[in-house]
Design a protein around this ligand. Structure first.
Ligand code: SAM
Length: 286
């Protein structure tokens, strides 16, 4: 991988379109799997405009200060910083979330879990939902947004993550229905729940990961016992905390589908992600 500085402009003033083209080439050569999209999001951020507005300005030349800001962002992306950290936000379930390096970047795979949670909870009316390992609060906020009668209790072991979640809960005006508590799994959450959701760390220690994943907090990624320890513990605790006919929805690694003891449940099934891999375990009690 080249360590030369980002060369996205020469002495002549380049148009926005040409700058984008060069930046996308640079990002691709530095490992981005979505170089053009990354280049556009970062340029929109550097210019303080919406991404769609770039398309209306393709022929405009960039001034030096704009280029300098953009170069810095591209260089950081080239070093493996996630785009979401560089721009400070990420869209998830068509909602915007503030993100910092203290939280996992909300992932499209997790939308499978939220879509199932919303489909499960909405017809049931006034439900109590738990979100264990809330991170940015993306699951808790999305469920509360799309299930207007739900009350959500969310936990995280990490105070810095909870501070990010708190800002997101406030930004979405959900302080009255999403409650954040610090502690281990279900332990700090009061009462019984109709639905328990969780996207806990499930990566096995030592798994080789790309730099943009490794830039995210360790305690949001890795779990002992080949990645299964936290999900195992949650699945063991959950039946005692579920109301009658309650259910658990847990995001898992596709390779872990057969790793869990579900003897405490009346039944279970799996949901698949956009790539067709097993991604969410749903288990329910009678
Ligand atoms: C994979 S991240 C998921 C964040 C968010 N739910 C999402 O889907 O983007 C896992 C989160 O679980 C938290 N966590 C790790 N161990 C935990 C535990 N024992 N109890 C509660 N939260 C925990 C981490 O701090 C991290 O914020």
């Amino acid at each position: 991988m080249s360590t030369r500085p980002v060369r996205i402009a020469a002495a002549v003033r380049l148009t926005l379109l040409e700058v984008l083209r060069r930046a996308a080439g640079y990002l691709e050569s530095h490992g981005s799997t979505s170089p053009r999209l990354d280049a556009e999001i970062l340029l929109a951020h550097a210019l303080g405009v919406r991404r769609l507005d770039l398309y209306l300005q393709f022929d405009r030349p960039l001034v030096d200060s704009e280029l300098a800001a953009y170069r810095q962002l591209c260089a950081a992306r080239g070093r493996g910083q996630p785009v979401a950290y560089l721009v400070g936000r990420r869209e998830f379930m068509k909602l915007e979330f503030g993100v910092t390096p203290d939280v996992l970047v909300p992932n499209p795979d997790t939308e499978v879990l939220v879509e199932r949670a919303v489909a499960w909870a909405r017809p049931r009316g006034e439900v109590r939902v738990a979100d264990v390992g809330t991170g940015s609060g993306c699951i808790a906020v999305a469920v509360a947004t799309y299930v207007p009668e739900a009350t959500v209790w969310a936990s995280d072991i990490d105070a810095r993550a909870l501070a990010v979640a708190e800002r997101n809960v406030r930004a979405h005006g959900l302080e009255g229905r999403v409650h954040l508590v610090r502690g281990d799994l279900l332990e700090p959450l009061p009462g019984q729940f109709d639905l328990i959701c969780a996207n806990l760390p499930y990566v096995a220690e030592g798994t080789p990961l790309p730099p943009e994943v490794l830039a995210q907090p360790r305690q949001a990624l890795f779990a002992p016992d080949r990645g299964t320890a936290l999900v195992r513990r949650l699945l063991a605790q959950a039946p005692a905390r579920l109301a009658a006919r309650g259910a658990v929805l847990v995001e898992i690694d596709p390779g872990q589908a057969d790793s869990f003891d579900l003897a405490g449940y009346a039944g279970h099934r799996f949901h698949h992600d956009l790539g067709g891999r097993v991604r969410v375990l749903e288990a329910w009690i009678g």
